[in-house]
Design a binder for this molecule. Sequence first.
Ligand SMILES: Cc1cc2nc3c(=O)[nH]c(=O)nc-3n(C[C@H](O)[C@H](O)[C@H](O)COP(=O)(O)OP(=O)(O)OC[C@H]3O[C@@H](n4cnc5c(N)ncnc54)[C@H](O)[C@@H]3O)c2cc1C
Length: 502
Amino acid sequence: MPQNQTDAVYDLAIIGGGINGCGIARDAVGRGLSVVLAEQADLAQGTSSASTKLIHGGLRYLEHYEFKLVREALTEREILLQNAPHIIWPLRFVLPHNKELRPAWMLRVGLFMYDYMGGRKILPPTKTLNLRQDVTGKPLVDEFKKGFEYSDCWVDDARLVVLNALDAKQRGADIHVRTRCIGAKRVDGVWEVQLQDVKSGATQTLRARMLVNAAGPWVDHLLHDMQTLPQSKNNVRLVRGSHVVVPKLFEHDRAYIFQNGDGRIVFAIPYEQDFTLLGTTDRDHKDCLDNVHISEDETQYICDAASIYFKQAIKRDDVVWTYSGVRPLYDDGASEAQEATRDYVLKVTEQDDQAPLLNIFGGKITTYRHLAEDALHKLQRWMPDATAAWTDKATLPGGDFGVHDVPQQMQQLRHAYPFVDDTWAYSLIRRYGTRATAMLGDAKRKADLGKDFGASLTEQEIRFLMAEEWAQDADDILWRRSKLGLHMSEEQRQAVADWLQA
Ligand SMILES: Cc1cc2nc3c(=O)[nH]c(=O)nc-3n(C[C@H](O)[C@H](O)[C@H](O)COP(=O)(O)OP(=O)(O)OC[C@H]3O[C@@H](n4cnc5c(N)ncnc54)[C@H](O)[C@@H]3O)c2cc1C
């Protein structure tokens, strides 16, 4: 990219290609604005690929009296489920009653509120379980006799980000990955935004009437770089959360939510067919943001917390993969990390009523669509020609089918491509929904898809991800656009990297 200054002035420039940046880009371009987004790494490479992957109200936030947050998040659950039934699906959670901790009546009251606060229509309500008889009691130690089962949803977080970016692009937004914002200033009533290509080092300057700082955990770094925030001041509290993945601990399709003695909770969730996902932790994060990873004691904490409930003790050696992310929580002065608010805060600054800057602090994957609507509402007076909010009834790319129609989609795919077996069809529909046919193209047999890298990943799929979904390196493909890395050997993963290099 040469050093240049384009004459075009965008309506809106967005820094950060996590869920919030991409959600705002999609919403804004759909309202008729010209939009550009810059992401310094890969889409979702920050916190938005490192979540617990739940579209949920957050049962435990009820204890912190976050009723507004829980109600809004519960309402979003079914909206998002209908808009992206390929990457979001209903998940039932089993909450065993632990006599040492919260009393059963308290759990029942909490779950009653959870059932009725968010206008639930599709998801089934809570029920009480006899864990001695129910299949979900089998892997648990015998002292847990009673439990409750309630509804939430699961999401492929990294794909949710990419699908928002893709929809934004299809509607006309310019999306730049591996492009870092290195500065921004107001000049003659508009923003001049300096961008740097991370690979080549080349810079360019863009102009935009409005600027959104959706840099997640880096939100304050960006403000420091723009010299609009003193070095000493911080708006967000950085709280690291880590997860571990172990071979499948149980055969059924429900998840567990375990209470821990320290007041926290740990989830055990069926993951990628062959695994169980365990997490998460809550630790203040003081280190660098570029390499966030789990600590020894976090691994031990998760293994210990889950081992209180499962008959099978979980050991560190069982762990096959880990990931960590940093929550950019709005710093409301809470003393404990787990008590800091999970709600988002939006703040606009402007100069002489021009060139507004919208900063986003906090948020959840679950509330990203609502956050995007709120963000554009805050900028409304600078965008008089923008059309009304629209995303509540609009499906994301590939999600144009019914909430319960995945089996039907698989059947249609197998009919059109007889060489695709059931397992493969399931994973393709879960990744691409109705776009699976665009990936498979006019292939008549598996060999037509080129080299097979293992775990069903073919050359054609890699090319598709590079051409259509901004993938550039092996991690983008194996750990964010898909989780196929989990099903491959080290040699197979290296073969993908080598092929890309070549
Ligand atoms: C452990 C954990 C579990 C969670 N579980 C859940 C859950 O189950 N459900 C839920 O709803 N929420 C959950 N969350 C919260 C949710 O993941 C986050 O709120 C959300 O992902 C934040 O998105 P974001 O877009 O603000 O930030 P990010 O995803 O971090 O995106 C910010 C992006 O900005 C980019 N960037 C930064 N600086 C620059 C720059 N100068 N130039 C260009 N780009 C830049 C970064 O590279 C990054 O990709 C969880 C969070 C954590 C940490």
